[in-house]
Design a protein around this ligand. Structure first.
Ligand code: UDH
Ligand code: NGS
Length: 390
């Protein structure tokens, strides 16, 4: 006969064992071991694009590199190449975006064997219908750039575009000027190729759906309509920040972008206002497609909030024709054709001009004439093929 006392003992023992099991199950290490075994028994993904997750917004998404190796296998360069299809067969929808800490530029290069010097690509087996230049304003964001390149190259190849990636690097430590760097990027990219579309692209925004095609519309396009940091919604109706796309004609019609927004904020709103002042309107992809993940960061050193931005914005109607592409002054310091992008380093001066302090010697002054748009940007005699990890 079991006494009442020992019944209680058994009951406590049973509850104790249950508590220990529950504690074990909730430990992260245990969960990892369980998911490891689940992965072993799950079939490996060999189906490429067809296995990509096409479910609605919020899904995990597919591998941006899935099926891309098939492109190189069908290599058939020649004069009689057919046009690429209107809709690329490589488009797969949502893309999984994460930021593995061990990624290197060499790995990005290895995964993109068809990208050539300067970050250029054209589909090997068909004639691209669109030629797009990506312009990235940049300073001290090498870590973000590496991730953007990792995602952007395969993303653009999935869309069967002819493309080139230009990183416009602001030299020196003076306050950052995003919009002026875009003006530089436009001018420098157009010198090299007759691009039919330019994508002005923040370095920290990763597209999450390859149906967000990097081609231009009949009006300026704001591509980054749905960012994770805004809950995948447009923060306000006139927002034009992050990623936008204009044809050279759109760009020149609105006299490019303002040159005088030094520091954070307002320049994207000014550009948005220019669009309508020039008689155009903003188009956007759908919220489902124009999705971006932002690499989290704080406000940069050298890019303080611009206290003058509201006053300047109030005057865009009076200033847009006087300040823009027609007045952009800069000096190209270097142009490097790197394996994954063209790096253009520029002196854009300060609010007081290109050379605020007088040059030290007359010889130096003669060497650097401060005219409009300087430097015909000839490719360097010995292009630096290494990466600039400053
Ligand atoms: N950028 C650089 N280096 C800098 C500053 C800006 O490369 O030092 C470029 C980069 O491409 C970046 C873009 O300019 O993606 C826009 O700058 P940002 O990322 O600082 O601007 P954003 O509005 O984020 O995306 C600001 C975060 C905190 C703002 C808080 C203001 N109240
Ligand atoms: C507006 C800024 C824009 C900026 C946007 C999003 O207020 O330049 O916020 O900012 N306009 C002005 O300041 C006039 S964000 O949340 O990305 O930091 O792009």
């Amino acid at each position: 006969m079991v006494s009442i006392q020992s019944k209680w003992r058994y009951l406590f023992m049973f509850l104790g064992i249950q508590l220990v099991v529950m504690a074990l199950l909730s430990r992260e290490g245990y969960q990892k071991r369980v998911s490891y075994f689940i992965r072993i028994f799950r079939k490996p993904d060999t189906t490429g694009l067809s296995s990509r997750n096409h479910t609605a917004a919020g899904s995990a998404g597919g591998d941006v590199y899935a099926n891309l190796s098939h492109i190189s296998k069908t290599h058939s360069h020649g004069d009689d190449m057919p046009y690429c299809p209107k809709t690329s067969p490589f488009i797969g929808g949502p893309i999984h975006v994460s930021f593995p800490s061990r990624l290197t530029l060499e790995e990005v290069q290895r995964k993109n064997p068809l990208v050539v010097r300067g970050g250029r690509y054209r589909p090997p087996d068909c004639d691209a219908r669109h030629k797009t230049a990506i312009i990235i304003p940049h300073r001290h964001r090498e870590h973000h750039l590496k991730f953007l390149l990792y995602y952007l190259h395969p993303f653009l190849q999935r869309q069967q575009l002819q493309y080139g990636i230009y990183v416009i690097h602001q030299a020196g430590n003076y306050t950052f000027n995003r919009a002026k760097l875009m003006n530089v990027g436009f001018r420098e990219a157009m010198k090299e190729e007759d691009w039919d579309c330019l994508f002005f692209h923040d370095v920290d925004l990763i597209p999450e759906d390859d149906r967000n095609t990097y081609i231009c519309d009949s009006n300026p396009k704001h591509a980054a309509i749905a960012m994770d940091k805004f809950g995948y919604k447009l923060p306000y109706k006139m927002y034009f920040g992050g990623v936008s796309a204009l044809t050279p004609l759109h760009y020149l019609k609105m006299n490019g972008f303002p040159n005088n927004y030094w520091g954070w904020g307002g320049e994207d709103d000014d550009i948005g206002v220019r669009v309508s002042l020039a008689g155009m309107y903003i188009t956007r992809p759908s919220l489902k497609v124009g999705r971006y993940k932002m690499i989290k960061h704080k406000l940069d050193k050298g890019n303080d909030v611009n206290p003058k931005r509201f006053n300047m914005l109030a005057k865009t109607r009076q200033t847009w024709k006087l300040d823009g592409m027609n007045t952009a002054e800069y000096e190209t310091i270097s142009r490097q054709y790197l394996p994954l992008y063209t790096n253009i380093t520029v002196n854009i001066g300060t609010e007081d001009g290109l050379h605020p302090s007088p040059p030290t010697t007359p010889a130096k002054a003669a060497g650097k004439s401060a005219g409009k748009i300087l430097d015909p940007a000839k490719p360097p005699a010995k292009p630096n093929e290494g990466h600039s990890e400053k």
